[in-house]
Design a protein around this ligand. Structure first.
Ligand code: P1T
Length: 384
């Protein structure tokens, strides 16, 4: 199916998906196989071995490319497996400039896995392009941007960073996990590589761990396809099928995540016990104008701190909700509450976290698609 003729809501349901050629099955079958029989050596139907290619994965890869408005999609066993593949584009001695507010596991793979292999990372706030530009040297080969950031919901101007990166022949990678392709398409803003933890909004049901990369450039696709096969961090076909099924409702889920997120953020901001709410839809969010320019909505992620910045009060909220389950992850239909300092961002040294504004008492919400009145009552009860 041609990608260009249909709007996103149609692509989410149809892109890449054709009736199964052997049976007419409308849903892509789960090709649970490790290999494919060849008629004669080298004479096959395009599939040789399932680490290299799998038809369920091919359909998902094409669907991901279409919904991110890119040319090529590639799937991995997790978001971090996708990150791992992207970093293998680099060589010892290369330098990376990255957002200083980002998923703790991404920080961990950068500093604990790739730094010892000779890559150098600079972490900086990216609301100011010039501050990042000052870190560029002739060794800088990649700028890594997470926007919105996890968990402080900072917004980074993708177009401005694409311009900066390309002036210096540097790759711009954007982690689009928090926005999802429904709210933002970084490739159309000049990014070279888009990465997703498809575990989150793309899968949407907290039942699969999966990663995705989308690119336009054929040379990057070729290199990443080589790494995908050579290193082998591929997802199984059933996981691909779950993500394919999740994508079909991304638009209706995201609409409700955005509506509920807005109501919960406004409720929290009006609460006398709440000190600060991090939500990108507030007009006084420091980079609201950039969010408005590059995104089509504000999503369901919110962080907040209570007045007094007291850990005991935060713990009471974290263990006092019933509908919001205390768990890592985000982007599923059910609401989650989390404590970044001890959970998702526990691998970042405390000193580093505090310096970048991530307080010990920060609470993060992934607002689900339940009835928003019930969600607000749940928070009201827990905050007290
Ligand atoms: O968990 P995995 O599928 O490997 O994805 C890693 C990842 C990458 N990028 C972002 C922005 C992420 O938020 C994540 C995973 N994040 C969580 C598990 C979390 O609760 O924040």
């Amino acid at each position: 199916m041609s990608h260009t003729n249909y709007k996103l809501n149609t692509l989410l349901i149809h892109a890449g998906v054709e009736p199964d050629p052997t049976t007419g099955a409308i849903m892509t079958p789960i090709y649970q196989t490790s290999t494919y029989v060849q008629e004669a050596p080298g004479k096959h139907k395009g599939y040789e071995y399932a680490r290299t290619q799998n038809p369920t994965r091919t359909v998902l890869q094409n669907a991901l490319a279409a919904i991110e408005k890119g040319k090529h999609g590639l799937c991995f066993g997790s978001g971090l497996a996708a990150t791992d593949a992207i970093m293998k584009l680099l060589k010892p001695g290369d330098e990376v400039i990255s957002t200083n507010d980002l998923y703790g596991g991404t920080y961990r793979i950068f500093t604990k896995v790739f730094q010892p292999y000779g890559l150098k990372f600079h972490f900086t706030g990216m609301s100011d392009v010039q501050a990042a530009a000052a870190l560029i040297t002739d060794k800088t080969k990649m700028i890594w941007v997470e926007t919105p950031t996890n968990p402080l919901l900072n917004i980074i101007d993708i177009e401005a960073f694409a311009k900066l990166a390309h002036q210096h022949n540097i790759l711009l990678v954007v982690d689009n996990t928090f926005a999802s392709p429904y709210l933002q398409n970084p490739l159309t803003l000049g990014a070279d590589v888009v990465i997703h933890s498809a575990t989150k909004y793309l899968g949407g049901h907290s039942d699969v761990v999966h990663g995705a990369i989308i690119v336009n450039r054929d040379d990057l696709h070729e290199q990443l396809t080589f790494i995908q096969n050579a290193c082998g961090a591929v997802p199984g076909p059933h996981d691909c099928w779950l993500v394919l099924r999740g994508i079909k409702t991304l638009h209706v889920r995201m609409q409700r995540h955005c509506e509920n997120g807005e109501k919960v953020a406004k409720y929290l901001r009006s609460h006398p016990k709440v000190e600060k709410v991090y939500w990108i839809g507030f007009e006084d969010h420091p980079n609201h104008d950039v969010a408005k320019k590059q995104m089509r909505g504000y999503g369901g992620m919110i962080s907040f701190v209570l007045k007094g910045d007291n850990m005991d009060d935060a713990l009471q909220v974290l263990s006092g909700t019933h509908l919001f389950s205390l768990a890592e992850s985000l982007g599923g239909v059910e609401s989650l509450i989390g404590h970044p300092a001890s959970m998702t961002h526990g691998s970042i040294p405390r000193e580093e976290r505090i310096k970048n504004g991530l307080a010990d008492s920060l609470i993060r919400l992934s607002v689900g698609i339940e009835d928003v009145d019930d969600l607000i009552s749940d928070l009201a009860h827990a905050i007290g």
